[in-house]
Design a protein around this ligand. Sequence first.
Ligand code: PLP
Length: 384
Amino acid sequence: MKTIYLDNNATSPIAPEVREAMLPYLGELYGNPSSMHTFGGQVAEAVDTARQQLADLLGADPEEIIFTSCGSESDNSAIWSAVQSQPEKRHLITTRVEHPAILNVMQYWERQGYHVTYLGVDSKGRLNLDEYAAALTPDTALATVMFANNETGNVHPIRRMAEMAKERGVLFHTDAVQAVGKEPIDLRAMPVDMLSLSGHKLHTPKGIGALYVRRGVRFRPFLRGGHQERGRRAGTENVPYIVGLGVAAQLAADHIQEERVAVAALRDRLERGVTAGVPDSIVNGDTEHRLPNTTNIAFKNVEGEAILLMLDRLGICASSGSACTSGSLEPSHVLRAMGVPFNYAHGSIRLSLSRYNTQEEVDFVVQHFPEVIRTLRAISPFKD
Ligand code: PLP
C-alpha cells in the first residue's frame, strides 16, 4: 500500500537535494569548524554558506542567525534571553493558541513569579489587536506570537504586532516554525526582534533549528559553554544538518512563489472535495489568512482518533490537532480557544500538504472520505 503523507506540519519528507548536500559531511568532511587547520576550515566555510542561505530566505544578515537543535530550543532560548536581559520586567505576552514549545515555557516562567497574558482568539482563531495593545506595558519583557498556527494554518498579523510592540519599546518574538518556507518573510520589512524556525518542517532531517536575533538586541545564551555561534549557543556545530538547512532554505527561497500557488491549489481541491462529499463538515480557522498547505476540517459527531485510524488503514497519514497532543482524547487547546463546539472539535482533522503531494493522492483521499465518515457516524456514540 502506498503512503499518502498529509501530515507535513508534524514533519516533512527530506528533500533529495538536502540529503545529497549533507552526505559529504557525514563522510569524509567530518572536521570541527572551530579547528585552526584547513580540514576544519573547509567545514567552517560550509557552515558560513548555510548561514548565508538561511539569512537570504529571511531577509536577515548571517550574523543574526544562531543555529540550534530544533524549534523548541529556539523558542526556549528567545524567552530565556528576553527574561534574563531585562530582569526588571516581570510581564510576558503570548496567545492561547501557541505550540507547547511556548505555552509550557510560559507556565514555567509563571511559576517563577512572572505574570503572563494569554491573548484569546475568536471563532476563526483570529487575535484581537485591541486586547494586544492593552496588554503591552512598560513592564512587558516580551511579546511572543506564532507566525502561523500548526493546527489551523492561521497566519497572524505579525508585521503589525511587531510594529505595535516596537512603538511601546517591547521585545517581539515570533515562533515561525510553521511559516518559514511557506510564507514569504522579509525581516527587513518587519521589526521582529527574534524568530524561531525548525528544519524538519522545511524538508531537512529532525534535529536542526535556528533562532534569528536582530542585530542590536541584547542576547543572553540559553546554552552556555564554548564560543560557538559567537558565544550565543554553545556546542560543536551540527555541521551536516546545518548544511542541510542551508540547502532547504535555498530551495524554499528559489521556489516559494510557485510552490505556494501549486500547494494551495491541491489543498483547496482536497478541502472542497472532502467537505462537498461529507455532510456536516466545516473548515476550522481563518480561510482568508492561512498557510497554503493546511486545512483543518471538523466532522460533526465523529471521534477524530477513529478517523485517523481508518485513514491509516487506507495509507493516509493525517493528524488530529498537533502531533504532540494526539493520543489524548481532549479536544485540542487551539480548537477549544476558538470555541469550536464539542461535537465538532472532537472530530477535527488536520491535513497538511507539501510540494511532494500529487493530485492523484488528493483525489484518492476525496474519494474515500465519505465512506470513512459514514462508517464512523453509524457507530458513533455522539448523536444530536
Ligand atoms: N512551534 C510550532 C508552531 C510547531 O509546530 C513545532 C513543532 O510541531 C514547534 C514549535 C517545535 O519544533 P521542534 O519539533 O523542531 O522542536
